[in-house]
Structure formats: C-alpha cells, structure tokens
Design a protein around this ligand. Structure first.
Ligand code: SF4
Length: 429
C-alpha cells in the first residue's frame, strides 16, 4: 500500500507479520453467532430471521435486542422441544407450519433466514433441506436461506459472516467488464451514506453495499468486482466472493482518521483516482476527525490496554488506539487470526505486543491479572469479575452496536475507550 506525502503513516519494519501468535484452545467466553441478528435485522429491512432453537436462544435474542423492539420484530425463535430421531418428521412439519403462518401474517418479508443453533434437536434437523423445501413451497413469494449461529460453531460476529456467505450464492452474476466496488459488512445507515458520498466525490461510479438495505437489492458480482471489507470478521464471505470471480482490496479498516483514509485510499488507487482528487475529497473530513480526536488524547495516551478475544475487531482497534490515541496495547486477543483479512493491518501494529488467538479463559485472566492494564476490553461475562478486582473494563459488544467507522465517528470511537478511564478518575477523587 502506498501513501501520499500528506498523510505520513509509519509502517513498522517488522510489524505484527512476524510476531509469534499465542494459540489457545480451551474454554472460551464469547457470545454465539445469533447475536448478529440484532444488527442484521435492523440493516436488511425486508428480511426476517427465524432462529430454530431453544428457550435459551430466545432469551439471548430478547435480552440483546429487547430494547430495540418498538413494533413487530423481524426475528423470532421457533422453539424445538426434546425429540428423538423418530420425531424429526414432526419437527420438519412443525417448522413448515410456523413458516407458512409467519409468511401469511407478514406479507412484507422478502427473505427469510432459518438460523441454526446448538441444541441437539436442531443439529439433527437439516436446515439446508428445510430452506430448499420452503423456497419451493413459496416460490415467487419469498427467498428462504439458512445459516448457522450455533454457539458450538460460531463466535459472536461469525453469525454475520455466515449470513452474508449464504447471500453470496444468491447474488446475480455481473458482466466481466463491469467494474464495481463492493463494500462488505454491516454499517450503520448514516455511515454507509457518508462512504457512498465520499466514493461519489472520488468519481467511483458503481458502489454497492453487502448486506443491502433491502434484500431484493442484491449487488451483482463478477470478475470486475473489487471487494472492500469494512469489517474484519467476514473471511468466509470474502472467500465465497473470490470464488465468484471478485478480487479483494487489501487495506486497513476504516477505524480512526488514519484508518479511514487508508481504506478510502486503497479503493481510490484500485479505481485509478488521482492523488490530488483523493486529497481534495478527504482533507477536510480528515482534519475534522483529527482535531476531534485530539480531545481524547490526554486521557488515552500512555494508558495500557488489553483485548480479550471476542469480536474480531481487536486488531484494527488496537492499531487505532496505539497510532492515533497513543495507547499501549499489551495483549491483543482475537477469536481467529485471519491473515488474509488482516494483511492491511499487520504492518501497522507495533512489534512489542502479545498477540493471541482463541482462548483458554483461565490462563488469559491470569495474564490480565499479572499485566494489570489500565483498560481491558472483554465480553459482558468477564467485565464484572475484573471490575471487582480493581481493573477497568470496556464491553466489546458496544463496539459492534455503535457506529464507529469513518472520519466523523473517529472521536466517538476514542470516547468509548476514554469513558471508563474518566469515570475511574472521577471516582478516585
Ligand atoms: S445458539 Fe447455543 S449458545 Fe447461542 S443462545 Fe442458543 S443455545 Fe445458547
């Protein structure tokens, strides 16, 4: 990646590319992939997510998304009771009946996702076959797809990866000569609009987003499609798109002023946009973002931070906090270390951090206790015990539910990390 003189960006000689990765495969403390339904159902406005699961799955979704329900929700759980194999025919009949009733009552549903979970009764069901059968039964009325959000197979953000991968098979095929930019990953609508305007200013004509706001507006994909991931946890979707002929643009993720610039720049270079046009389009929002960020630098600079593996956003966030806010990452844990998706990030990381993949929660907590960072980013279940031990924490789930991408959100992102530190200082006075 080359960078214009206007935005000097230090690429570390060794970077994280050659750092050893501590791989752990023990007990893990993360949400399952069902959590993704919370943001996916808000994004794809004519889709419905039917979890085939247990009461636990229903409770998880209700508590994660409950505050956002103001009308008829676009997700539900079909609860399967304990059955043996002989009862599976009944399960399929029951599922068909629930889907028929749902579609009769909700004519606006254009795409229905059957989402698998981990109870043994659900594992015995073939949801792929159920989706085919229901697609046939409702041909011309609704598209029925399936994916797994099971806690056995997925961590928190992998649910989105599985959902989008299921959509890739449905994408129409683009003419090989049709060049287009495909921005990949759920973004808040306001952020998506900002990026769409930015690419328009750069003169990139055909820009599409996956997932789309309407499930019927699926982007076409082909050899002229260039994928620009906005989220680092979509490796399977990226590889499925590459399988359809698309090519991946290597870039850091659009977190922070520098990260957003580098992400836009990578797209601009892929489409032959001149440096001058790029500078004109980005100079003001970049300057705005930098001066807004400066407000949080005093609070964050010099503070030590550890990330426990959760959302797969950990590496881009550590890069942003170290380079733009002056924080010192101690350990950066990620559920999966996907070199292909992180290729644009790794050279930007310092070479003195501890990188870990997967989790053995007791060992990891021992390291946190020994490191005693100023801030630990972790899941909800680990935050309270760490706080009780006098460690400050940040819930990683907030980073997925908040608009954090782009120039105009850079300061909001820094503030999310500054808040627990400021609160701690105030309590100490
Ligand atoms: S999918 Fe599994 S881990 Fe997730 S809520 Fe349901 S039972 Fe729990």
């Amino acid at each position: 990646m080359s960078l214009p003189a206007a935005v000097p960006m230090t690429v570390h000689a060794r970077g994280c590319n050659e750092l050893p990765v501590l791989r752990e495969r023990g007990q893990r403390e993360v949400f399952c992939g069902l959590t993704g339904i919370v943001w996916l159902h808000r994004k794809i406005q004519d889709a419905f997510f039917l979890v085939v699961g247990s009461r636990t799955c229903a409770h998880l979704l209700q508590s994660a998304a409950g505050v956002m329900i103001f009308a008829e929700p676009r997700f539900a759980t079909a609860i399967l009771q304990e059955r043996d194999l002989a009862g599976l025919a009944d399960c399929n009949e029951e599922l068909d009946r629930i889907v028929h009733e749902l579609l009769a009552r909700r004519p606006e549903i254009a795409t229905l996702f059957l989402v698998g979970s981990c109870p043994s009764e659900v594992i015995k069901l073939d949801l792929g076959k159920a989706a085919e059968r229901l697609s046939q039964a409702h041909r011309g009325r609704v598209r029925v797809l399936n994916y797994s959000g099971s806690g056995i197979e997925t961590t928190f953000t992998q649910g989105e990866d599985n959902c989008l991968k299921a959509l890739v098979e449905e994408l129409p095929t683009a003419e090989p000569t049709m060049r287009s930019l495909l921005v990949l990953g759920t973004l808040a609508d306001v952020v998506e609009d900002q990026f769409a305007r930015m690419f328009q200013q750069l003169g990139i004509q055909s820009v599409q987003f996956l997932p789309p706001r309407q499930a019927g507006d699926l982007p076409a994909v082909g050899q002229g499609t260039l994928i620009l991931p906005a989220q680092p946890f979509l490796g399977e979707t990226v590889r499925a798109l590459i399988g359809r002929g698309a090519r991946l643009i290597e870039a850091p993720y659009p977190l922070g002023a520098e990260g957003t610039f580098a992400w836009i720049q990578a797209a601009a270079q892929a489409f032959g946009v001149t440096d001058e046009r790029l500078r004109l389009a980005t100079a003001r929002p970049m300057e705005r973002a930098r001066s807004a960020l400066a407000r949080f630098r005093d609070t964050l600079a010099g503070k030590r931070i550890s990330f426990l593996p959760d959302s797969q956003l950990e590496i881009p966030l550590a890069r942003f906090l170290q380079r733009e806010c002056g924080m010192q990452p101690v350990e950066v844990g990620t559920p999966f270390f996907d070199r292909q998706l992180l290729a644009g990030e790794l050279p930007l990381l310092p070479d003195n951090l501890r990188l870990s993949e997967g989790q053995d929660v007791d060992l990891q907590l021992d390291r946190v206790r020994s490191d005693r960072p100023d801030l630990t980013v972790c899941g909800l279940g680990l935050a309270n015990p760490l706080e009780a031990e006098g460690l400050r924490t940040k819930w990683s789930i907030e980073l997925v539910f908040s608009p954090i991408h782009g120039f105009d959100q850079a300061a909001d992102l820094a503030e999310l990390f500054a808040r627990p530190l400021v609160r701690c200082e105030r309590l100490a006075v």
